[in-house]
Design a protein around this ligand. Structure first.
Ligand code: BTN
Length: 260
């Protein structure tokens, strides 16, 4: 499938948000939208400014991994200035907004693997990276990076060939990046505006996690923790029941779902 250029004017025309995406900076090619967004945030960019890349040459993922964004996919970063209490919920908001956008535009089932991988049929289709600058108890800025594989052909990238998928691979036809972005930014703002009320956000995220109720292996702080992923707490941490009956909290890291 041929990749289409992104039409920023149709994104702007379709957006009815109050502030997210009211200011969009588009770059046909850049290293990482996280880098540009950080510089813009330090210069005082408007709340809700979105940096979008046609392709990224040095996209980055969680845990110092690379993130591949050749042309035809979605890579964007949203600049926000939230209250500190809202920070743990950004992961939940971004994961939910990405899953909802994928489902409503394509009809595909999107699941969330703790903490914020978006999967279709157990393969990763989207990822979220959040970078904050906190000074004392004040948030200087938060940058929410979202990457969605739209036209990506995972079989052409050996590092992710067996673990990743894309919307067009799953659907077998072209998907509008503009529609996904409009849906994503609209859904993100709708959830973000619920803050400081966090209950709806937390429960919707928890209920969509494929991780809960599964045997998992978590890598965190040089440790490997194996057990039953029993629940998540309001801070977003995963609670794992170990074989000895004790409960361990995993705040960040990576989780592999295991067959029983
Ligand atoms: C992950 O799952 O490891 C997170 C991937 C985050 C990728 C996005 S693409 C837009 C933004 N720019 C980057 O360099 N990374 C994030």
């Amino acid at each position: 499938m041929a990749t289409q250029n992104l039409s920023i004017s149709s994104i702007k025309a379709g957006l009815t948000t109050r502030f997210i995406g009211q200011n969009i900076n588009y770059y046909p090619s850049l290293n990482s939208t996280m880098e540009v967004a950080r510089k813009e945030a330090r210069r005082g960019a408007a709340n809700g400014t979105v940096i979008i890349a046609g392709e990224q040459t040095a996209g980055r993922g969680r845990l110092k991994r690379a993130w591949f964004t050749p042309g035809g996919n979605i890579a964007l970063s949203i600049i926000l200035y939230p209250e500190a209490a809202g920070l743990p919920y950004l992961i939940m908001i971004a994961s939910l907004a990405a899953a909802y956008a994928i489902e409503s535009v394509t009809g595909l089932d999107a699941q969330i693997k703790w903490p914020n991988d978006i999967l279709i049929k157990e393969k990763k289709v989207a990822g979220i990276l959040i970078e904050n600058e906190v000074k004392g108890d004040r948030v200087a800025y938060a940058i929410i990076g979202i990457g969605i594989n739209v036209a990506l052909r995972p079989d052409t990238i050996s590092e992710i060939a067996t673990i990743a998928t894309s919307l067009e691979t799953e659907l077998g036809k072209q998907v509008s990046k503009e529609e996904i972005i409009i849906n994503l930014l609209t859904g993100f703002e709708r959830l973000y505006l619920k803050l400081p009320d966090t209950e709806v956000i937390f429960k919707a995220w928890r209920d969509r996690l494929v991780t809960l109720g599964k045997q998992v292996r978590a890598h965190w702080r040089e440790n490997i923790i194996e057990g039953l992923a029993e629940s998540v707490d309001e801070s977003g941490a995963l609670m794992i029941r170990l074989a000895d009956g004790s409960l361990t909290q995993v705040v960040a890291g990576d989780v592999t779902l295991r067959e029983k």
